[in-house]
Design a protein. Structure first.
Lengths: 331, 279
C-alpha cells in the first residue's frame, strides 16, 4: 500500500498551520484498519467517561434550564414543572435587579478577560523573546518563569491575598511605609481596587502559559530568517513585526482563544482571592452563577444562565475561527 | 548575529522586571513560612524577626491538614493513573488507525475542555446526589466521585499530548513488530509505550496537577470527610485568627512536589504542546 511507505516516523509537517484541524493530514495516515472494530473498542473508556461526566450533564443542564427547579423540587426533580423559556426570560430580563446584576457581571468579566489575556500575552512574548538566545542562567530563568503556572492555583492565590492584605500585606507596606506614595493604606480586596487586584493575580498566573507556548513556537522559527532580516538592515522591532510575529501566527491563533475561554470561565482566582464571595466590582460570571444558584437553590435559573454563557462563548469562538480562517485564506 | 547595546539593555530590563514580578510572591511565601506569628500580625516584614520552623509544626494541628493531604494524594494519584490509562488506548487508536469519526472524536473531546465548569457543576451535583439517593452509589461527597470527575478533566489534554508523542514514534517500529507476529495490543505495550515513556510520565504529572489544583468541584462535591487541600487550605483564613505564617508553610509544603515535578518534566510538556499543536 502506497501510503504506508511515507517515511516511517515522519512527523506531520511541522510548518502546517492548520492547528487542530486533522482533516488534511488524514490522507497521509498509514495503515488501513484490518480489524475495523478495534479503534472503537480502544475509545470506549474515553467516550463513556466524556459522555457521562461532560456531554450528558451538559444536556441535563439544558433540560434543567427549562424546569422550575427551585428548592421545593430539588429533592425529587421529576416533580419540577416544565416552564419552557421562562427561566431565560426571567434571568435575561435586564430591567430587573437580578438581570442588571447579571449584565454588570458580564461586562466586568469581559473587561477582565480582555485585559488579562492581553497582558498575559504581552508578558509571554516579552519573556519568550528575551530568552530566545542562549546565555548563562537561561535555564534557571525559564524554570522560574514557569513556576507560577506550576503552582496549585489555590496556593498561588492565597499567597497573593496575603500580599494584598490591608494591614499585614507587602503591597501596602511598600507603597505606604517604604515609598510613601499614598498617605492612607487602601483596601485591595474590597471596593474598586478589588478588580485590579484580581487582574494582577490572574496575569501572574496565566502569563507563564503564554510564555510556554510562545517559547515552543519560537523554536520553530529558523535562525536564518532572523539573520537574513538583520543583514537586510532590519532592527529589533522590524524583525519582531515582520519575522517573529508572522511565524508565531499559528501558535497565537490557538493560544489567544484558549486563554480567552479559560479566563472568561475563571472561577478559582476570585473564589480563593476573596474567600468564597466576590465584591461587586470583581463579580466574575462563574462566581455570579455559582453564588446565585447556591444562595437561592434555584438551579433552574442557574442552569439558564450557564447555558446562555455557553451560547455566548460558542458564538464568540465560532466567529473568531471564521474570521481568522478567512484572513488566512486571503493572505 | 550581533546584539546591539540597546537590545542588550532592553533584554536586561525586561528580564529584571519579569523576575521581580514572579519572584516577589514566591519570596513572601517562603520567608513568611519561617516567621513567628507576631511578624505576620503587625505589619509586613521582609525578613523574619526570628526565623523559626514552628509554623511547619503548628500547621498540622490548626486544621486537619494531614487528612486533607491524604485525600488529595489518594484522589489525585488514582485520577492521574486512570486518566493516563484511558488516554493511552484512545491516543493509540487516534494515532495509529484511520476510522470513521476520528476527527469528530478529537474535536469533541478537546472542545469539552473549553466549556465553562459551572455548566457541568449544577447538573453533575444533582446527578450525583440523586444517584446516591436512588441507587446507593455514593458519588456525592465521596472520593470516588472526585476521582471520576477529575479524571475526565485531564483526559482531553492527555489524549491530545499522547497522540503527539505516539505520532513521533516511527511507524516502521510497529510494522517490524507486526511482521514478527505481534498483535496491536502487544505492539502498543512492547513497542510504542517503551518508546514514549517520557511522554507518558509528563502526561501523568499533568493529570495529577490538574486534580491537585482543582477548586470549583472540590468546594461543592466534598464534605468534611472527603475534603481536599484546595478547600481545606482556606480553613486557616476562616477562623478568628488568620495564621498567615502557617498558611504560607502549608502552601509551600503542598506546592513543592508538583512544582518540582512540573519543572523536571517541562521539556516534555513543551514537546507535547508543539507535537499536538502542529498536527
Amino acid at each position: 500500500m502506497a501510503t504506508s511507505t511515507t517515511a516511517p516516523g515522519a512527523r506531520p509537517d511541522r510548518r502546517d498551520p492548520r492547528v487542530g484541524r486533522p482533516a488534511p493530514a488524514r490522507a497521509r495516515r498509514p495503515r488501513r484498519p484490518r480489524r475495523s472494530f478495534l479503534p472503537y473498542l480502544l475509545l470506549v473508556p474515553a467516550v463513556v467517561l466524556e459522555l457521562g461526566i461532560h456531554v450528558i450533564p451538559m444536556l441535563v443542564g439544558v433540560w434543567m434550564s427549562l424546569l422550575e427547579l427551585t428548592q421545593f423540587h430539588i429533592r425529587d426533580w421529576s416533580t419540577a414543572p416544565f416552564i419552557g423559556l421562562d427561566n431565560y426570560r426571567a434571568t435575561l430580563n435586564f430591567h430587573t435587579a437580578a438581570g442588571r446584576e447579571l449584565l454588570h457581571s458580564f461586562w466586568i468579566t469581559l473587561l477582565y478577560t480582555l485585559l488579562s489575556v492581553g497582558l498575559a500575552w504581552l508578558l509571554g512574548i516579552a519573556g519568550a523573546v528575551v530568552l530566545q538566545r542562549p546565555f548563562r542562567g537561561r535555564a534557571i530563568l525559564r524554570a522560574l518563569f514557569l513556576t507560577p503556572y506550576a503552582l496549585p492555583v489555590y496556593t498561588a492565590v492565597i499567597t497573593w491575598s496575603f500580599l494584598l492584605q490591608r494591614d499585614t500585606g507587602l503591597v501596602n507596606h511598600v507603597l505606604v511605609d517604604q515609598l510613601g506614595l499614598l498617605n492612607d493604606k487602601p483596601f485591595w480586596l474590597i471596593g474598586d481596587n478589588s478588580f485590579w487586584s484580581l487582574l494582577v493575580v490572574s496575569v501572574w498566573r496565566n502569563w507563564p502559559f503564554a510564555f510556554l507556548c510562545l517559547m515552543a513556537g519560537l523554536q520553530n522559527v529558523p535562525d536564518e530568517l532572523h539573520e537574513a532580516a538583520a543583514i537586510d538592515g532590519a532592527g529589533f522591532w522590524r524583525r519582531l513585526r515582520s519575522v517573529t510575529l508572522p511565524m508565531l501566527r499559528p501558535v497565537n491563533l490557538v493560544l489567544l482563544l484558549v486563554l480567552f475561554l479559560w479566563t472568561f470561565n475563571d472561577f478559582n482566582t476570585p473564589y480563593v482571592l476573596f474567600g468564597g464571595s466576590a465584591p461587586e466590582q470583581a463579580d466574575l460570571i462563574s462566581i455570579h452563577i455559582y453564588r446565585s444558584s447556591f444562595k437561592t437553590w434555584d438551579f433552574g435559573s442557574g442552569s439558564a444562565m450557564s447555558v446562555a454563557l455557553l451560547f455566548f462563548l460558542l458564538v464568540v469562538s465560532a466567529g473568531y475561527l471564521l474570521i481568522t480562517n478567512r484572513r488566512r485564506d486571503h493572505a | 548575529m550581533r546584539e546591539t547595546a540597546g537590545e542588550r539593555w532592553g533584554r536586561r530590563i525586561v528580564l529584571t522586571l519579569l523576575t521581580l514580578f514572579v519572584v516577589i510572591p514566591l519570596y513572601v511565601m517562603v520567608t513568611s513560612a519561617a516567621k513567628p506569628l507576631q511578624d505576620v500580625q503587625n505589619g509586613f516584614t521582609w525578613w523574619p524577626s526570628r526565623p523559626t520552623l514552628q509554623p511547619f509544626i503548628d500547621m498540622w494541628s490548626t486544621v486537619p491538614l494531614a487528612h486533607y493531604l491524604v485525600n488529595s494524594l489518594v484522589v489525585s494519584s488514582i485520577a492521574a493513573v486512570c486518566s493516563v490509562a484511558v488516554a493511552i488506548f484512545a491516543a493509540f487508536a487516534v494515532s495509529r488507525y484511520r476510522f470513521r469519526g476520528r476527527g469528530v472524536f478529537s474535536v469533541t473531546v478537546l472542545s469539552t475542555q473549553m466549556f465553562p465548569g459551572i455548566l457541568f457543576l449544577l447538573p453533575l451535583f444533582l446527578i450525583y446526589v440523586n444517584l446516591g439517593n436512588s441507587t446507593g452509589i455514593e458519588l456525592y461527597a465521596s472520593r470516588t466521585g472526585l476521582v471520576i470527575t477529575y479524571l475526565t478533566f485531564s483526559l482531553p489534554f492527555s489524549i491530545w499530548m499522547l497522540v503527539g508523542y505516539f505520532d513521533s514514534i516511527p511507524r516502521g517500529l510497529d510494522e517490524a513488530a507486526q511482521v514478527d507476529g505481534a498483535g496491536p495490543l502487544r505492539t502498543l505495550f512492547q513497542v510504542i509505550l517503551p518508546a514514549a515513556v517520557p511522554g507518558v510520565v509528563a502526561v501523568t504529572v499533568y493529570a495529577f496537577m490538574t486534580a491537585w489544583g482543582e477548586v470549583l468541584f472540590a468546594s461543592v462535591m466534598t464534605d468534611e470527610g472527603s475534603r481536599t487541600l484546595a478547600v481545606g487550605l482556606q480553613g486557616y483564613s476562616t477562623q478568628f485568627n488568620v495564621y498567615w505564617n502557617q498558611v504560607m508553610a502549608a502552601s509551600l509544603v503542598v506546592s513543592v512536589p508538583v512544582v518540582a515535578g512540573f519543572l523536571a518534566l517541562q521539556r516534555y510538556f513543551v514537546a507535547g504542546l508543539t507535537a499536538g499543536a502542529v498536527k
